[in-house]
Design a protein. Structure first.
Length: 266
């Protein structure tokens, strides 16, 4: 797996060069003014699908820009996590790649090309930033930075998200909303933030980051149990079990019996 990780990192760095050569124009509308793909999203996903599936013949591919398949080994890819940031030339977006087998993430690689940060992990081997091992902080909730968002694609859920944000804001040190959940998970893994909450994310948003976070000593789950690596779910992440318990109570109290429904497999 370490040899495979090195190959994945090389491929992801090649993909970043494709981003540099693309225009920032919108290539396709995905159903709302907030949700779209750029030329770079489409070209990078096509490149990654070809190169990654060639590493494991017969492997499947689950990418944000469609054409899903699911199999024994599955590559879960976000060609650009933070598309709106990229489109508006805000220098915070990443390429995210995970190799998953069943419910186990075997490899996670997340690359921020604008600051040359490569976060990477192999199951059971620790988490690294540019080859240097990283670890979560030991900060309690009162000294935590919380990363979150307000369900931009389903604004009907925003009031619930704002209520959760308000309660967390009064308990934590400060809040960040950066526009890339994959990168926010990396920030928790390296000790720069402590908490993440999003009402709805998809596997390509968190598959790679979940492994990097866990290998750095953190924890990630959904409201009632494990996160789903093959469909949408509510995602909670923390640097410690104690902070996760607080987060789950705040989210659970506000969400009540409400749970995300529907599937990406249509």
């Amino acid at each position: 797996m370490k040899e495979m990780e090195a190959k994945v990192i090389e491929i992801v760095h090649e993909a970043a060069k494709i981003v540099d050569g693309c225009s920032h124009s919108i290539a396709t509308d995905k159903g709302s003014k907030e949700n779209f793909a750029t030329e770079a999203d489409l070209k990078v996903q096509s490149f990654l699908k070809e190169r990654l599936t060639a590493l494991i013949p017969g492997s499947s591919f689950l990418g944000e820009e469609g054409n899903y398949t699911k199999g024994d080994y599955t590559w879960i890819v976000d060609p650009i996590d933070g598309t709106v940031n990229y489109f508006r030339d805000i220098p915070l977006y990443v390429i995210s790649v995970a190799l998953v087998r069943g419910d186990d993430v075997l490899i996670g690689v997340i690359y921020n090309p604008r600051v040359n940060e490569t976060y990477h992990a192999v199951e059971g081997k620790g988490a690294y930033l540019n080859g240097k091992e990283i670890h979560v902080s030991d900060r309690d909730m009162g000294h935590s930075v919380v990363c979150l968002a307000w369900s931009v694609y389903e604004k009907k859920w925003s009031d619930m998200c704002f209520d959760i944000s308000r309660e967390l804001f009064h308990s934590c040190e400060d809040i960040r909303r950066l526009g890339s959940a994959a990168y926010e998970l990396c920030l928790i893994a390296r000790g720069s933030a402590e908490i993440l909450f999003e009402m709805r994310l998809f596997p390509w948003d968190y598959a790679a980051g979940s492994l990097i976070l866990r290998e750095a000593g953190g924890t990630i789950s959904s409201v009632d149990g494990p996160i789903d690596y093959y469909d949408q779910c509510t995602v909670l992440a923390a640097n410690s079990d104690a902070n996760m318990d607080i987060l789950k109570k705040v989210v659970g109290d506000r969400m009540g019996t409400f749970r995300i429904s529907g599937s990406i497999w249509k």
